[in-house]
Structure formats: structure tokens, C-alpha cells
Design a protein around this ligand. Structure first.
Ligand code: HEM
Length: 146
């Protein structure tokens, strides 16, 4: 994958404004509420009864940060996202057995949250670069599935 200087700057810019804690909670909560079947992977997280319960669940809060830190790893290794995510892909496939279709769903929730936060700063060009980044991340996460 090739990145233009503009794309790199756009993606850096999105990350620079991200508050990992609140964006992590909000996007994970949206995913679990909008696509409730994704809750099955978080059986050990306790109460996920409704949006309020999910939002105030400390395990969800912690995990939201973990997911964004994972994405930050992709940002820091933009020229080698596939290799960077080999182990993470294996974990989601073999150990967690997460259906790979769910990656796009969580990513879409994250994009909604970012768009809301950034408002008019989330221009079509910024979104285009962001979607490209997310697509590369998802394809890397799907890579160890067979
Ligand atoms: C764990 C990232 C999507 C379910 C993790 C970890 C990271 C991560 C960094 C921690 C790995 C470790 O402990 O070594 C991501 C990224 C995603 C993504 C970047 C895509 C944007 C998903 C989706 C699901 C999911 C869609 C399920 C619907 C889980 C579960 C764990 C986990 C259940 C283990 C949680 C625990 O027990 O603490 N993920 N993930 N992930 N992920 Fe994902």
C-alpha cells in the first residue's frame, strides 16, 4: 500500500485529536448496542445489559483504550500494517474466534464517533484517507483467518 504525504498527514491529524478513553468507550458501546451479536465475545466483561450499563462498565472502558492503542500501532507502522498485525489477527481468529465481518462493524462505529467529534473538520478528503487506513487495518486483521 502506498500513502501520499496528504494521506499520512490526514491520518496523523485524526489521531492527534483522539481522546482514547472517551472515543474508545463510545465506539465499543455503539458497536455492542447497534450490533448486539458482538456482545457474545465479551461474556467475561459482566453487565452489558443496555447502553448505560455498557458505557459505565470499567472493562469496556479499558478495552476501548486497548483497541485504539492497537490502531496506533498501525499508525506507527503504516508501511507494514500486515506484518504488524500478524499476531493480533491470529489471536482474533484462533483464540477469540471473532467473526471477521465484525471488524468492519466496529470500525464503522469508530468512524461515526470520530466524525461527530471532528464535525466539519472531518472533510471528504480526511474521510477518504481515514477509510483507506481502516481498510488496510481490517485486511491485515483478516489475514490469518482460513
Ligand atoms: C482483544 C484490537 C476488533 C473482540 C484485542 C486486543 C487488541 C484488539 C489490541 C488485545 C490483544 C492482546 O491482549 O494481546 C482490535 C482492533 C480491532 C478489533 C484494532 C478492529 C478495529 C474486534 C472485534 C471484536 C473483538 C470486532 C468482537 C466483536 C476482542 C476480544 C478481545 C480482543 C473479545 C479479548 C478481550 C479480553 O478478554 O480482554 N483486540 N480488535 N475485537 N478483541 Fe479485538
Amino acid at each position: 500500500v502506498q500513502w501520499t504525504a496528504e494521506e499520512r498527514a490526514a491520518i496523523q491529524g485524526v489521531f492527534a485529536k483522539l481522546d482514547y478513553e472517551s472515543v474508545g468507550i463510545e465506539s465499543l458501546t455503539r458497536c455492542l448496542v447497534v450490533y448486539p451479536w458482538t456482545q457474545r465475545y465479551f461474556g467475561g466483561f459482566g453487565n452489558l445489559y443496555n447502553a448505560e450499563a455498557i458505557m459505565s462498565n470499567p472493562k469496556i472502558a479499558a478495552h476501548g483504550i486497548v483497541v485504539l492503542q492497537g490502531l496506533e500501532k498501525a499508525l506507527k507502522n503504516m508501511d507494514n500494517i500486515k506484518k504488524t498485525f500478524t499476531a493480533l489477527s491470529e489471536l482474533h481468529s484462533e483464540k477469540l474466534q471473532v467473526d471477521p465481518g465484525n471488524f468492519q462493524l466496529l470500525a464503522d462505529c469508530l468512524t461515526v464517533v470520530i466524525a461527530r467529534r471532528m464535525g466539519t473538520d472531518f472533510t471528504p478528503d480526511i474521510q477518504a484517507a481515514w477509510q483507506k487506513f481502516i481498510s488496510v487495518v481490517i485486511s491485515a486483521l483478516r489475514r490469518q483467518y482460513y
